[in-house]
Structures are given as C-alpha cells and as structure tokens.
Design a protein. Sequence first.
Length: 574
Amino acid sequence: MDAKTFDKSKLPSRHVTEGPERAPHRSYYYAMGLTRHQIHQPFVGVATCWNEAAPCNIALMRQAQAVKKGVAAANGTPREFCTITVTDGIAMGHQGMRASLPSREVIADSVELTMRGHAYDALVGLAGCDKSLPGMMMAMVRLNVPSIFIYGGSILPGSFRGRPVTIQDVFEAVGQHSVGKFSDEDLDELEHIACPSAGACGAQFTANTMATVSEGIGLALPYSAGAPAPYEIRDAFCAAAGEKIMELVRRNIRPRDIVTRKALENAAAVVSASGGSTNAALHLPAIAHECGIKFDLFDVAEVFKRTPYIADLKPGGKYVAKDMFEVGGIPLLMKTLLDHGYMHGDCLTVTGRTIAENLASVKWNPDQDVVYAADKPITTNGGVVGLRGNLAPDGAIVKVAGMSNLKFTGPARCFDGEEACFDAVKNKKYKEGEVLVIRYEGPRGGPGMREMLATTAALYGQGMGGKMALITDGRFSGATRGFCIGHVGPEAAVGGPIALLQDGDIITIDAEAGTIDVKLDDKEFERRRTAWKPREHNFTSGYLWKYAQGVGPAVNGAVTHPGGKAERQSYADI
C-alpha cells in the first residue's frame, strides 16, 4: 500500500493530515518525529490495557511494539495509546470489585474518545484481563473502523507439590484455611508459586472465555488467542495483526461486517462448548448492543442449551488454556463444532475469509483428551445454562460444567451485600442445604455488579460445593464452581423478586429444566412488594454514582448508552 497513491479522501485521518488548513496538526506529528510520508499514510490506533496492576496486563507493552512493526511494514502509521484496566483478581472480595464491570464501559468509552479525538483510521486492540476484552471489542464495533483484537495471552500454571495449580486454588485454599485444612505455611507456599509468569488467569475463567469468543466471533486471527503470554510466538501473532489491519483498511472490512447475529451465536457456542464464564452472558449482549443487534441473555442461553460441552478445562475440568493451545488451540474446538453443525461457517472474519475457510485445513487431533469431538461430548448440554422463573423473570445464569447434580431445593438465607455473606461463610454461620442469597449487588444496586468469588471459593474450600446453593443479582467469577446462580433479574435495587425474599422461603433451582422459583404465590409477593422500600447505597458522587444513574439491566448486558440502534452516523463514516 503506497501512501502516495492511497486515497485518504474517505478515511477519518484526512481531517488531521490533509490540506493547507491542517498545517498546525501536521506540525505536532513532525514534533514527534514522523516523516511527511508517515503523516500521509493511514493512521492505526494501537490501544493497549498495559499497566502494573496484575500479570494479565504486564506483557501488553511488549506485544504492542510488535503490532506497530507489523503496521509500519505494511505502510501504515501506528499510534499507540493506553487505557485503564481493573483487574478482578486484585479487586476481588472488597469494595474494589465495584469498579470492575464499570471499567468495561470506561475502556470502551476511552478508546472511542481517543480514536475520535485524533481521527485514527483503524484499530488494533490488545487486552489481558476480564473486562478489558469485551470493553475493547465493544469499542471496535462501536467505532466500526477496520479492527483486529489481540489477547495478551494466559498465564502458565504453577506447580504445588507435584500438581498444577491456578489462582482458583489459592482462593479455595482460603476456605480450607478457615476450617483448619490448610496451615499458614501451606497457604504461604501456595501463594508464592500459583502465578509463575505474565498472563491472565490460566483456566477457562472470564479472560480466557472472552479470548475464545474473540476467535469464535471473528475479530481475532486464528490461534492468536490461545498462546500463553510468555510464548515468543505471541510477537509473531501481533506483527501479523499489524500487517493484516492494513489489508482490512484497503478492503474496507469493518467490525459490523464481521459481528452479525450468526457471529454472536458462534461466540455463544464456543463459550458453551468450552465451559466458559457466566460473564459472557453479560458481555455478548453488550457487544451486540454496540452493533444495534438485539441479543440478550435469553438469546445467549438458547445457544447454550443446544451446544455440547466438549473442552475439559478448569474450573470444572482438568486442563488450562495452555494445554488446549498445545493440542490444536481454539481452532480445534471450533472445527469439531463446525463439522457437527454447531457453528455458522459462512461468517466473515478479520482474515478476510470465512470461519469455514479459516478452518478448512484444521485436522482433528486424536492424540489428546483436552477437547472432545462434538459428537462425543463430555455432556450433551452446554457448560452454562440460562434460568427463568418467578424468582428471576428477567433471567439468571449458572455454570454447570463439571457438576453432577443439576437440581437443588432449600430454604433461603438472605444477605444484603456480599460482606455479610462472606462473614457468615468464614465463620460457618450457615446450615448445610440452605440457599444463600446475596442481593443489592446488581448493576444499579451495588453499584457495579460485583463478583462473588471470595465467598463461593471459601464455601467450596470448606467442602460445601455440592451441599449448598448461592444466588445473587451480582456476578460470579469464571473461577466460581458449585451451584451458584448469578445475574438474577430484575435486581433487588429496582424491587425485583430477589428483594422480597425472606429467610426460610423455599427456593427450587432446576438447571435441567432451566427454572428458578420460590414457593410464594402472587398474593404474597404483592403483599411484600407493598411493604418493600428501596435501599440506598453510599455512592452519592463520582463515577460509581454516574454509573448507577444510567446502567441498564443485566439481561441486556448492563449497558449505559442507547447503542448502535440509535446511531445516526458511525465514527468510521465521519
């Protein structure tokens, strides 16, 4: 692509580089060392979530440099910038978790504003931790300029006394420690070796789930999402993405050409097949919303219902992301789904080819047991199940991968907020067979829809994983296991049924039938609703206040603006 002959007349960067009136703008670029040739080439934003908050993000700066080399090699001009990340592993179990889901919106908004403000023509986005992946993909489809997503890669597993471990083991060890099954010395040793490298949490938690989505939906290059962060091959993927983005600019292939209704169904299918995080049921509707496509929790759940669970990945299974990459990666998973009718092969991807074309040369690997053939699955139903009933008219979600018992009935024990429930679990102030209810943790009521990993992991570590159930209008980490139901809606803050529960109410959950109900009739619900009063939170200023004013329900992805359906002109067409 020759900058002298490349037509910038329809690209956003013409507003800052072309014509005599843009001489002041060009002077800034000369101040940063750009040449005349570089200024008149297409500008590619290289957005990363690099920071020193956690190992998920620490390798992104290195990978961004490889992307920039690829862009430059293909006659583009890369412009690197950073956005925030809130890392769930650090934010977990305290007030910091309120910042996690809202950070997804800040990431998408800040990437949009940087791209708009500087009129960049294309975007390569690198992300490493849970909310940064959907946040970056949301920005891509919102802007609708040619875009490629790059995952920073997963962490390597640790080794504790001869067995592989992940951060999940550390959270669960806290529960074991609380009941005397783990000594101070054991816990100290485990925390030192559980996370031995850069990269996001290694099992099929939210980061790896959304990384799998990035290939399944078509926004990432094949194989790129599976390589662990320390592997040198990541730099090759990044350089290739930098070169490929210039081809997408030339061909004007945009994210909304890729992210269609069928592509969203493909994304939901790979989540289900891999036993992925329930958080995908928030993020896929949010990505769809940016395109103006209605694809809510129930649409996601419908795909989950018909897609088999085939990847034996932690937390429900045996393996981590590194293992799947080394036996064939995400394309191996997608290939068997496609071959057996669980994916749409005609969806366009960032390679410029379709899913089916990308996978045409992928051969089944019979010498591995990480990914099962789709016609011989671990279970015939997906690893994640949607629920609905009089306790959750707007739906709820449960991860069933690795679970044997899919039904539970028990009396409610209600807590207004996670801290009260965690304290009860830590001190074993509960009874086996109860359904613990954590409410006022939804998007608006939290505010921020916190994850409950500290509580669920402690419960599991105490040996209660199959003996209790837990429901919440908040979220669960991808590392959560046990009978844990999240996203219960409408949330308590707006007077949903979960707000009206009382201790002792009998709750029945049936993940086979997809139902969640409480044994109360309409008359009793109405009596309690009349007596109910909204609960105030303590966030009366700052971003969390602002978020609570505008955030929508979990069923639609907890989004904060009208989305693509209300759009009159996309950024790409300015």
